[in-house]
Ligand binder design. Structure first.
Ligand code: AMP
Length: 279
C-alpha cells in the first residue's frame, strides 16, 4: 500500500493506473476509520481494480464554533485498517497541500444543501462539495463511494456530479451500525457512557416511526413526533427531525413518495445524525 501526501503524486499514480487500463475506486474519509468506512472500501474494491482512500479532516466543512481541532485522528491505526482491507493507496495530504493560503474558489450546490444540516451548518456543504471536487481532481477516480449515514451529503454529491458533468460514478453504501443500533461515527468517541446509552433513542425513534409506517401511518407529523418523543425522553436536544422526499429533500406532509426521516440531535456536546428510508 502506497501513502501519498501530494496532489501531484496522487494524480501521477492515478494516471499510471488508468494507462494500465485499471478502474480506480475511491472512498473519501476524514479518518478515524470504523466499520462504516470499511464497508465503503469493500464496495469500492468490488467495483474497481485499484482502490484509494483519502484521509483528510477538511477544515472548510467545519463552522467556526465546531470541533475541527478536537476531531479524532489516528493515522497509524487508519493506515493499518486500510492495509488490512487491501487498499492500494492512502491519500493523506496536509491542509496546506489542499488549501493555498489565498484559496478563493468554491463549489456550491444551491438547493439540496440548504435544508436539514444546511440550516444549522450554513457553510458545511459548500466545504464538502469543494473538497470532494478537489479530492476527485487529485485521485481521478472512476467510481467513488459515500455512505447513506450522511444521506443529505450523498444526495448533494450526486447532484453536483450530475450538474457539473463530473466523470465519476457515485455509489452509496448502507448505514453500518453498532450491535445495539447506534450508527457508527467517528464522533461517537466523544460520547460518555451515559450519553452513548441515551443516544440509542435516535435509532429507537426511527424504528418506532418505521413500524408506524409499516402499520399504515403516512402522516409526517405523527411519524416525526415518534422520533422526537423518543429522543427528548432520553434528554437529547433535537436539532431537527424532518420527513422529506428522497428526490428533493422537500418537506412532505404525507409519505406520498419515497421519503426519508432525517435526524440530528445533540447528546451532551456531540451532534449525531441518522436517518431511515420510508416508502
Ligand atoms: P467521514 O469520515 O465521517 O467524513 O465519512 C466518510 C464516509 O463514510 C462518508 O461517505 C460517510 O457517509 C461514510 N460513513 C460514515 N459513517 C458511516 C456508517 N456508519 N455507515 C456507512 N457509511 C458511513
Amino acid at each position: 500500500m502506497i501513502i501519498v501526501r501530494t496532489v501531484a503524486e496522487m494524480q501521477g499514480l492515478s494516471r499510471r493506473w488508468r494507462r494500465e487500463g485499471k478502474r480506480v475506486g475511491f472512498v473519501p474519509t476524514m479518518g478515524f476509520l470504523h466499520d462504516g468506512h470499511l464497508s465503503l472500501v469493500r464496495l469500492a474494491r468490488d467495483e474497481s481494480d485499484v482502490s484509494a482512500v483519502s484521509i483528510f479532516v477538511n477544515p472548510t466543512q467545519f463552522g467556526p464554533s465546531e470541533d475541527l481541532a478536537q476531531y479524532p485522528r489516528d493515522f497509524l491505526r487508519d493506515e493499518a485498517l486500510c492495509r488490512g482491507e487491501g487498499v492500494d493507496c492512502v491519500f493523506y495530504p496536509a491542509p496546506e497541500e489542499m488549501y493555498a493560503s489565498d484559496f478563493s474558489t468554491w463549489v456550491e450546490e444551491g438547493v439540496l444543501s440548504k435544508p436539514l444540516c444546511g440550516q444549522a451548518r450554513p457553510t458545511h456543504f459548500r466545504g464538502v462539495t469543494t473538497v470532494v471536487t478537489k479530492l476527485f481532481n487529485a485521485v481521478l477516480p472512476d467510481v467513488a463511494v459515500f455512505g447513506r449515514k450522511d444521506a443529505q451529503q450523498a444526495l448533494v454529491i450526486e447532484r453536483m456530479v450530475r450538474d457539473l458533468n463530473v466523470p465519476v460514478r457515485i455509489i452509496v453504501g448502507d448505514i453500518i451500525r453498532e450491535s445495539d443500533g447506534l450508527a457508527m461515527s467517528s464522533r461517537n468517541k466523544y460520547l460518555s457512557v451515559d450519553e452513548r446509552q441515551r443516544a440509542l433513542s435516535i435509532r429507537a425513534g426511527l424504528l418506532a416511526a418505521s413500524r408506524l409506517y409499516d402499520g399504515g401511518e403516512k402522516t409526517a407529523e405523527v411519524l416525526r413526533l415518534a422520533v422526537l418523543g423518543s429522543i427528548e425522553e432520553q434528554g437529547g436536544k433535537v436539532d431537527y427531525v424532518e420527513l422529506v422526499s428522497r428526490a428533493q429533500l422537500a418537506a412532505l406532509p404525507q409519505v406520498s413518495e419515497p421519503a426519508v426521516i432525517a435526524v440530528a440531535a445533540f447528546f451532551g456536546k456531540t451532534r449525531l445524525i441518522d436517518n431511515c428510508y420510508l416508502g
